[in-house]
Design a protein around this ligand. Structure first.
Ligand code: HSE
Length: 443
C-alpha cells in the first residue's frame, strides 16, 4: 500500500478564531512554507455554519459537516478544535485523539476541566495536545513556561488573562464608559466568549490560571480550588476613589507559593500606577512570572480576538509538523504526569485591602469600626471620609479604609461583624490591593 503523506490539517469550528486560522493557512501559506521548509495544507473546515469562512472566498471543497469522515482520512495529521464549550468539544477531542490525530485547541474551559483525562488519552494514542491559544490569546506564554523557563522553578505568576475584562475596566477607568456599553463593545470586537458571563465572572481567567499554573508549578490544579470573583459587581465609585489614591483596578489572576503551598486567586485588584501590570490596557493581556534563576519576566500582547489567537493556533499546528510538540509532550510536566497541588487553604493568604463602609455620619462610628479591626489584628493604614455638603440630606457616608497586610480570613470576619451594625448601610466593599511581588533568587 502506498505510504500516504500526513500533511493535511482540519479545523473543527469556524467562528472568529477558526476563520482567522483558515485565513493564515490559505492566504499566508507560501510564506509559512518558505519559513519552515515544510509542506502542509488546510484540507477541511468542519462546521454546520460557514458564514465567517465564506467571507474569505475559500473553495467550497474545504467545507464539511462530517467529523467522522475527516478522522478516517490518513492524510490528516492535525485537527484544530475551535468549537468552545465542554460538551461536544470533549466528545470531539476524545474522538480526534483516539483516531491518532494530534489535537490543537484554544479551549481553556475544556483543558481546565478535563485536561488530565485528555492528556492521558493522547499519550495512549502517541499523539500530542497543543494549547498555546488557550491562555493569553496570541502571547506565546505556554511555550515560554515549558520551554524558555524550563531551567527555572517558579515562585509566582500574576496575569491579566481576560481581554474582555481588561477592555471593560480600561474603558470604565480611563474613558468613563459605562460597564454595559464597554461589554457591548468588547462583544462587537469579537473579544468576549459566546457566553460573556464566563469573562466577567472571572471564570475564564480561572480556567487560564489553572492551565498556566499547572505547567508552571508542575501540579494538577482543580479550577474549583481557585477563589474567583469577577468584575460584574464593581462600582464606579470604588474605581474612582482607588484612582484618587494612586491605584488602577485590574482583574488579576494570581498563583504563588507560600511556604511551599500554592495560593490561587482571581479577583479585581488595585495595583499601584507604578506596578508593571498597570499600563496593560484594552484587550491586551500580560503575565508576570517570578522564577528562581531568571527573576521577573513579563509577557505582553493581544489576549483575545480572531487574528491574535489564530497566530498562536497556527504556531501550534506548525510545531506538530516540525515534531517539536511531540518532543515537549514527552516531558513529565503535563497534568497526566503530575500530582494534585498542595494548596494554601483559602483565607490564609495575607494582603492589603481597600474597604468602603457606608456608615451613619455621627460621633463614635469610626471608633466602633476600628475596634472590630483591632479584635481581628487588622491594622489601618489610612481612613478617608469626604465632608458632606451642608445641604446634603444623606444620612450615610462612604468611609474608605486602606489596611496594612492582614489575613484574608480575619478580614472577612471583621467585615461580616461590621455589616451587622445598625450604623452600617449596604454590604461593605472589599477589594484586594496587590503589591508588586518580590524577586527571590533561590539558588
Ligand atoms: N473571551 C476571552 C477574553 C478570549 O476576553 O480574553 C480569549 O480567551
Amino acid at each position: 500500500m502506498e505510504n500516504k503523506k500526513r500533511d493535511a490539517i482540519a479545523i473543527l469550528g469556524c467562528g472568529v478564531v477558526g476563520s482567522a486560522t483558515a485565513r493564515i493557512l490559505t492566504q499566508d501559506i507560501d510564506f509559512l512554507k518558505t519559513r519552515t521548509n515544510l509542506n502542509f495544507f488546510l484540507k477541511y473546515i468542519i462546521d454546520v455554519n460557514f458564514a465567517y469562512a465564506k467571507k474569505l472566498n475559500l473553495s467550497d471543497s474545504l467545507f464539511t459537516d462530517n467529523l467522522d469522515a475527516v478522522l478516517v482520512d490518513p492524510e490528516v495529521l492535525v485537527v484544530v478544535e475551535l468549537v468552545g464549550g465542554t460538551t461536544f468539544a470533549k466528545e470531539a477531542a476524545i474522538k480526534i485523539l483516539n483516531a491518532g490525530k494530534n489535537l490543537v485547541t484554544a479551549n481553556k474551559a475544556l483543558l481546565a476541566k478535563y485536561g488530565t483525562e485528555l492528556f492521558s488519552i493522547a499519550r495512549k494514542n502517541n499523539v500530542s495536545i497543543s494549547f498555546e491559544a488557550s491562555c493569553g490569546g496570541g502571547i506565546p506564554i505556554v511555550r515560554a513556561i515549558y520551554d524558555g523557563l524550563l531551567a527555572n522553578k517558579q515562585d509566582a505568576l500574576y496575569g491579566i488573562l481576560n481581554g474582555t475584562c481588561n477592555y471593560i475596566l480600561t474603558e470604565m477607568c480611563s474613558n468613563g464608559v459605562s460597564y454595559e456599553n464597554a461589554l457591548k463593545e468588547a462583544q462587537e470586537k469579537g473579544l468576549a466568549e459566546a457566553d460573556p458571563t464566563l469573562d466577567v465572572s472571572g471564570m475564564d481567567s480561572a480556567h487560564k490560571l489553572a492551565i498556566l499554573s499547572s505547567i508552571a508549578f508542575g501540579m494538577q490544579i482543580d479550577t474549583g480550588s481557585i477563589a474567583v470573583s469577577g468584575i460584574d459587581n464593581l462600582d464606579i465609585f470604588d474605581i474612582n476613589s482607588g484612582k484618587e489614591l494612586g491605584y488602577i483596578i485590574k482583574l488579576i489572576a494570581m498563583a504563588r507559593l507560600v511556604d511551599g503551598k500554592l495560593s490561587l486567586k482571581v479577583a479585581p485588584s488595585f495595583i499601584s500606577k507604578e506596578h508593571p501590570l498597570a499600563w496593560v490596557a484594552g484587550s491586551f493581556n500580560a503575565i508576570s512570572i517570578y522564577s528562581h534563576t531568571l527573576g521577573h519576566s513579563m509577557y505582553y500582547g493581544r489576549g483575545a480576538g480572531g487574528s491574535p489567537t489564530a497566530s498562536a493556533v497556527a504556531a501550534d499546528i506548525i510545531n506538530v509538523f516540525l515534531g517539536t510538540s511531540e518532543r515537549f509532550f514527552s516531558l513529565p510536566i503535563w497534568p497526566d504526569k503530575t500530582k494534585p497541588a498542595s494548596l494554601l487553604p483559602q483565607g490564609e493568604e495575607k494582603g492589603r485591602y481597600y474597604l468602603r463602609i457606608n456608615a451613619k455620619d455621627q460621633p463614635g462610628v469610626l471608633s466602633k469600626i476600628a475596634s472590630v479591626f483591632a479584635d481581628y489584628e487588622i491594622s489601618i493604614s489610612s481612613v478617608i471620609q469626604k465632608e458632606m455638603p451642608e445641604e446634603s440630606t444623606k444620612s450615610h457616608v462612604p468611609i474608605v479604609i486602606i489596611t496594612y497586610a492582614a489575613k484574608e480570613e480575619n478580614m472577612h470576619k471583621a467585615i461580616t461583624k461590621i455589616d451587622t451594625f445598625d450604623i452600617v448601610k449596604e454590604k461593605t466593599v472589599c477589594i484586594n490591593i496587590m503589591d508588586e511581588h518580590e524577586e527571590i533568587f533561590n539558588v
